[in-house]
Design a protein around this ligand. Sequence first.
Ligand code: IPM
Ligand code: MG
Length: 357
Amino acid sequence: MRQHHIVLLPGDGIGPEITSITKRLLEKVSGQFNFKLSFEEQKIGGSAIESGGTPLPEATLESCKRSDAVLLAAIGAPVYDTLPREQRPETGLLALREGLNLYANLRPVKIRKSLIEASTLKSDVIKEVDLIVVRELTSGIYFGKPKGRIEGADGERAFNTMSYSSKEIDCIAKLAFDLARERKLKVCSVDKANVLDVSQLWRERVELMSKDYSDINLSHLYIDNAAMQLVRSPGEFDVILTGNLFGDILSDEAAMLTGSIGMLPSASLSSNGPGLFEPVHGSAPDLAGQNKANPMAMILSAAMMLRIGLNESPAADALEQAVENVLDSGYRTVDLMCEGCTELSCSEIGNRILNSF
Ligand code: IPM
Ligand code: MG
């Protein structure tokens, strides 16, 4: 029997609530599709700071490295916002991305018919949306050196460095082009090449790579224009290829096309080790502990894990279909509520999904 070992990282805020229902779903779906899952829970973020003083304990990173896939819920809470940078929950997540070489972050955004009314945009604008943001995740300004704070003649100065090597750009560009081949054959690369040297190199390398992909329609947009086009005519996009910082911003913007960030899954992939799968939303401290959170982005992240990380596509399809069925029946969590729908708690909607496959 096929066996997969999963490290679960519930993290902070709503994390534990959405993890527990997702785990039950995974247990059920594995039974139905004849494979075995083993789970190991580890700490990250605020919960790790509380117990050991660091946001990414060595034991967590080592377990993740040994696993077949990592499923993370969310990290962070306002109480940690004033800690020194190296002790903040976000630093733990960045260290995990770096430690697992998760260079590619995939964030698919697809409009579901049942949720079209949940968007703040007109249904005509969003009805065709089916795009994926491919964000470089272990370099760029998030990791660039030098960085820091210094005393200068004008007082204190702080700085970060946005840098990319040709090799880093080539790796993420190749992944985006390959992905476009399985989709609508379009790549839109987003940069700021009219101003930044790093973006000029980015654009040159992406152009060069496109020579090997004559079947793919490549376009380029500056980040400011891309942000505008994403709300003006989001249906035009297929694969959006971009760097770490621009991808962070555009993926939140793209998420809102669907009406709720509570629906969006993501995958972070390495070229040679386990992937990390996590909802795009954060730890939602305002909802934590109230059984009100929307667990669907985490459930859909688990589906991405099954498909991409564990090669269990039929099980992934079943999980996604179960979510679809529950939405089609008019059940909603509070973030998605609309007229004529039935509001359910986190655990209630989880149970509905559990009982619909
Ligand atoms: C994301 C988040 C993270 C990021 C934070 C929590 C460090 O915003 O995954 O998009 O900036 O990458
Ligand atoms: Mg973000």
